[in-house]
Design a protein around this ligand. Structure first.
Ligand code: NAG
Ligand code: NAG
Ligand code: NAG
Length: 328
């Protein structure tokens, strides 16, 4: 055996793909856009890839790829930067449930046209501060079902176009004060199924366009004063499964667009009637509470039926207040 055949024997015997990993695309033309159906096998989290394997549909090239969708069975602890450097016009990336741990500053740097990104169902516990710096067109970001406990304060600083942000089902118990300040276009925010014990009013101060806020299934027993009063577009407020006992009107202020509140499965025993008076709530779902226990819908101007159904809650609130003012 000469040296050359020994060498090629070694190359065959060592499975380089298994060690160094491999990315490949099945390219498909779909109504939603030209798509790379991406298989990633990168067990050691390397970021040394110079190409993504696969053959284009004839007439198409890398710059035509609008969507990258991970194939089931993929796995990688990181996001190889080759994805965004190769497909520079990609608008839609789905990398859910492929064991990602870490989102670094280079993960999405090449994807300036990106509008939709999901990293749901991974093990992400760290997102670097500049991870989304170049993704100024991002419209939807799904980070749900990961292991995040915190985020860098400036991580969303270039996301003025972000419409929908799902951070639910992580391990958050706090946010940096300015975390959502740049998100002036945000319409839907979900921070449910986390470990929050309270809400900091500063988080929501600049979310003038937010229509839906979901904070369900946290550990919140009370909302501070002015918690939500800057959310002037708020339409739907979801706070099921916390441990609220009282709904105070001064946590909300005047919210003329608020029409729906889901506060099921708390321990509510008192509501300030001004919460109804200062909002346009026509449906409040009170199932699983103490002072009222049903889904109340009353679209009338007076909302007399709703008031009657909540009378015990209002009375309890008054009693508590007069008790407090008498120093009892
Ligand atoms: C994506 O690629 C995987 C692996 O090659 C394949 O099993 C799957 O059927 C493909 N899906 C689509 C939608 O093309
Ligand atoms: C894909 O990569 C492997 C090596 O990882 C190579 O053997 C194969 O020829 C490549 N296929 C294409 C279509 O480029
Ligand atoms: C709320 O509005 C109703 C109807 O206008 C009124 O009867 C009630 O006194 C108001 N409640 C409070 C606490 O101001």
């Amino acid at each position: 055996m000469n040296l050359k055949s020994i060498f090629s024997f070694l190359i065959v015997a060592i499975n380089f793909d298994a060690i160094f990993g491999r990315l490949s695309c099945n390219y498909v033309v779909l109504p939603s856009g030209y798509t790379c159906n991406l298989t990633i096998n990168n067990p050691f989290g390397l970021n040394i890839f110079v190409n993504i394997n696969g053959t284009h549909v004839s007439g198409y090239t890398d710059s035509d790829v609008l969507r990258v969708v991970r194939a089931a069975g993929s796995n990688t602890p990181n996001i190889p930067s080759i994805i965004c450097s190769k497909f520079m016009n990609v608008e839609h990336i789905e990398l859910q449930s492929i064991t990602i741990f870490n989102v670094d500053d280079y993960s999405f740097a090449g994807c300036t046209a990106l509008t939709f990104l999901t990293l749901a169902g991974n093990f992400v516990s760290t997102i670097h501060e500049n991870a989304f710096q170049r993704n100024v067109n991002l419209h939807t970001l799904y980070l749900l079902r990961n292991q995040l406990t915190t985020l860098p304060e400036n991580v969303f600083q270039h996301q003025q176009k972000l419409n929908t942000l799902w951070l639910d089902s992580n391990g958050f118990d706090d946010f940096p004060l300015q975390i959502f300040w740049p998100l002036t276009g945000l319409v839907n925010l979900d921070i449910g199924f986390n470990q929050f014990r309270t809400i900091t009013p500063d988080w929501f101060k600049y979310l003038q366009n937010l229509r839906s806020l979901n904070i369900q299934y946290n550990l919140i027993s009370d909302f501070p004063k002015n918690a939500f009063n800057e959310l002037k577009s708020l339409n739907s407020f979801l706070s099921s499964g916390n441990s609220l006992t009282t709904i105070r009107a001064d946590s909300f202020g005047f919210l003329p667009n608020l029409v729906f509140a889901d506060v099921t499965f708390n321990a509510i025993n008192a509501i300030d009637e001004n919460f109804i008076n200062n909002t346009d709530i026509s449906r409040i779902d009170m199932r699983g509470n103490f002072c009222a226990n049903k889904d109340i819908f009353d679209p009338s101007i007076s909302r007399d039926i709703m008031r009657a159904d909540l009378r015990e809650c209002f009375n309890n609130f008054q009693t508590t207040m007069s008790g407090l003012s008498k120093g009892i």
